[in-house]
Design a protein around this ligand. Structure first.
Ligand SMILES: NC(=O)c1ccc[n+]([C@@H]2O[C@H](COP(=O)([O-])OP(=O)(O)OC[C@H]3O[C@@H](n4cnc5c(N)ncnc54)[C@H](OP(=O)(O)O)[C@@H]3O)[C@@H](O)[C@H]2O)c1
Length: 346
């Protein structure tokens, strides 16, 4: 089969789309004929190399994909050839107390397909059945590939970890990115008042279409001051921050007393200066969140399949243009998700 792959970590020029051995299908695995994949910022980190993660090379990147079941292993019970499926990329062995209680994201061996093990930006992928969810007829392949990772992440982050309530105010940073544009929709769906930041007016108008009530171009205005102005000096109940070092102090400054900042990422760095005085005096909560349980992922996806949530596609490219796909994310060009299609499916 053909696959996007790299033999060593590095810049975009390490990516190639070339022959890779066909995957073996284990007893509990399903062979998926991939119709579309989607990128996440994680694919950039993985390509560059992450501390403590020693990948088998060559590595196939990609945590999101959707396609048709081609073959099933003998222990598979939920799927059969011809079924439409998408990837739920979080994975644990299932033999720990957290997995038994239904939250494998806290398992000691929790890991992510594409980040720690071979990913799915390839013509075929063999995956445990636990890492697949059904995709209804009528949902297009781009949507089915683009939605899973970011909508499950935003869903758990805001609803479960952040305990967002109707009527609360939420500031979503980086609303133009995958997680950001999903978080705007999850916050709006929860009945919150949504404030969103992005780096251009065009990106902000997309965020408005998806449910942002107030938008702030952070290239032109200091977003923490703007939040104070827009909330009569109070601040917001929740900040959704995946940008990290560049925004952390302003995120804390944007919070009302008793507010919470929920983080799932640190695109600009993970070691910002912080303000402990502000955290204890204003009684702020700092909450981490990663991926989602299979149940949370399926809850979020139900709302994608029925059209409540919509992954916006910035561009769809053949897998042979994986380097350009990575570039779109690295250069922050466009709004929403980048989709890659096996060249044979074009
Ligand atoms: N823990 C988890 O489970 C989890 C899950 C998903 C993602 N993440 C993390 O969350 C972060 C966002 O992921 P994503 O896939 O949504 O990324 P993405 O699609 O590339 O979006 C990132 C957004 O951040 C904004 N941004 C602000 N400053 C930036 C900078 N200096 N460099 C790059 N972007 C900047 C950009 O918006 P503007 O151009 O408008 O500024 C961009 O749209 C990543 O760090 C990712 O690893 C974590």
């Amino acid at each position: 089969m053909k696959a996007v792959q790299f033999k060593s970590h590095g810049d975009r020029d390490v990516l190639e789309y070339s022959e890779f051995s066909d995957p073996d299908v284990d007893r509990d695995e399903v062979l998926v004929d991939v119709k579309a994949g989607a990128l996440n910022h994680l694919d950039i980190w993985t390509r560059r190399g992450l501390p403590g993660i020693d990948l088998d090379m060559p590595h196939i990147p990609g945590s999101d994909a959707a396609g048709v079941v081609e073959e099933v292993g003998e222990d598979v019970t939920r799927f059969e050839p011809g079924d439409r499926v998408c990837v739920i990329a979080g994975k644990s062995s299932g033999n720990d107390e957290f997995s038994r209680k239904g939250d494998p994201t806290l398992a000691p061996d929790f890991h992510i397909i594409g980040e720690h093990v071979r990913g799915v930006h390839s013509e075929y992928a063999a995956l445990p059945e636990a890492n697949l969810a059904p995709v209804p007829e009528g949902v297009d392949w781009e949507t089915a590939a683009a939605a899973p990772l970011v909508f499950q992440t935003a869903w758990r982050m805001l609803r479960d970890r952040g305990d967002l309530k109707a009527g609360e105010s939420v500031l979503v940073l980086g609303a133009s990115g995958g997680v950001g544009h999903a978080a705007v929709q999850v916050a709006d769906h929860a009945g919150a008042e949504v404030f969103a930041t992005a780096s251009s007016e065009e990106k902000l108008s997309y965020a408005e279409e998806l449910g942002a009530d107030h938008t702030i171009n952070y290239e032109e205005e200091d977003f923490a001051s703007e939040i104070r102005d827009l909330t009569d000096g109070r601040g917001v109940d929740m900040v959704v921050d995946h940008v990290g070092a560049q925004t952390w102090q302003s995120s804390l400054k944007s919070l009302a007393k008793g507010g919470r900042v929920v983080t799932c990422g640190a695109t600009t760095g993970g070691n910002p200066e912080t303000d402990i005085n502000r955290i204890f005096w204003n009684q702020l909560s700092v909450i981490g969140s990663t991926m989602a349980t299979p149940g949370q992922a399926e809850e979020a996806l139900e709302l994608v399949w029925d059209g409540t949530f919509e992954p916006r596609i910035r561009e769809t490219l053949p897998m042979s243009e994986a380097s350009r796909a990575h570039e779109l994310l690295e250069n922050r060009e466009g709004f929403g998700k980048v989709v890659v299609i096996p060249d044979s499916e074009q």
